[in-house]
Design a protein around this ligand. Structure first.
Ligand code: MN
Ligand code: MN
Length: 288
């Protein structure tokens, strides 16, 4: 059951309307690293989770992300307050209204013009939100890693948004939202490591002869570091196909009937290597 508390999780104090900034903040409302994506990601994982600890954690964080969605949406709504009334009531001249919406070279068509000042479920470029942003695979040792990465990306987007606004109240609220993504990363990391073992993901181990091998797939200025050097690694300087020791060819057994069909197709589409025709847009049309 969800019950709505009428107050926000964090107080929002916006100094003045700014439709351009509202547009940028939509990135965390309806963008891939935004709060709706985070809420839906953890909510669906929570519903499918059987472990009581992880289920509770995922529902708590999903619910908090909805609270963040409410905060960021409220900031967008405040930033559009002026534009919303002006667009609806047309009290200014056209030129003045145009300037107020596009002042400073901003592009506020999604928040202001298209959605009339309401927070839209789009990213900052106006691309509609999609469930394809959520990459849940249904295995906690993989999903928790993906969740950590999603929180890391959200943290970075908040940091960039903080850097483009000089409104102290918005900076403070965004700082809270950014910080919560750090806390969520910590919880997900602890939850991941409370599953032992958690690497590699799933149940099947890797094939031993390929698990600790680094293939040097280029030549010249090869960098060495802990990712390919040391006792963990066998560094293969000049890998040759096929690394399994086989002939490196792709084969399949097909039925006799299919062999006949494939032969017919090969014969019909065979290249005649003896021809040297003049080609253009149409065969024989002239020299290019
Ligand atoms: Mn959040
Ligand atoms: Mn989060």
């Amino acid at each position: 059951m969800f019950v709505h508390n009428k107050r926000l999780q964090y107080t929002v104090r916006v100094a003045a309307p700014n439709p351009g900034l509202a547009n940028l903040l939509l990135e965390q409302f309806g963008g891939p690293q935004g709060e709706l994506a985070a809420a839906c990601r953890y909510f669906t994982q929570a519903v499918g989770e059987d472990d009581p600890g992880r289920k509770d954690l995922l529902f708590d964080i999903a619910t908090e992300e909805l609270s963040h969605l409410e905060i960021i949406g409220s900031i967008v709504a405040m930033l559009n307050k002026g534009a919303k009334g002006q667009l609806a009531e047309a009290v200014q001249s056209e030129a003045e209204l145009y300037r107020s919406l596009t002042g400073g070279g901003n592009d506020s068509h999604t928040t202001a013009l298209l959605y009339g000042g309401g927070p839209a479920l789009t990213n900052s470029a106006g691309v509609p939100w999609t469930a394809a942003y959520i990459d849940t695979i249904g295995e906690p040792t993989a999903d928790l890693r993906s969740n950590i990465a999603a929180e890391a990306r959200a943290k970075i987007v908040y940091e960039r948004l903080i850097n483009v606004t000089d409104d102290p109240g918005i900076k403070e609220a965004l700082g809270f939202l950014m910080t919560r993504e750090i806390a969520h990363q910590k919880s997900f990391e602890k939850a991941l490591h409370s599953i032992q073992p958690n690497f590699p993901q799933g149940k099947l181990p890797g094939v031993p002869e390929f698990t600790n091998v680094y293939y040097n797939m280029s030549s010249g200025n090869d960098a060495r570091g802990p990712w390919n050097d040391g006792s963990d690694w066998k560094f293969v300087e000049d890998p040759q196909p096929a690394v399994d020791g086989g002939d490196g060819l792709a084969t399949v057994d097909v039925s006799a009937d299919d062999i006949e069909v494939l032969k017919a197709m090969a014969s019909r589409t065979a290249s005649d290597t003896s021809t040297d025709l003049t080609t253009g847009a149409d065969l024989g049309a002239g020299q290019a």
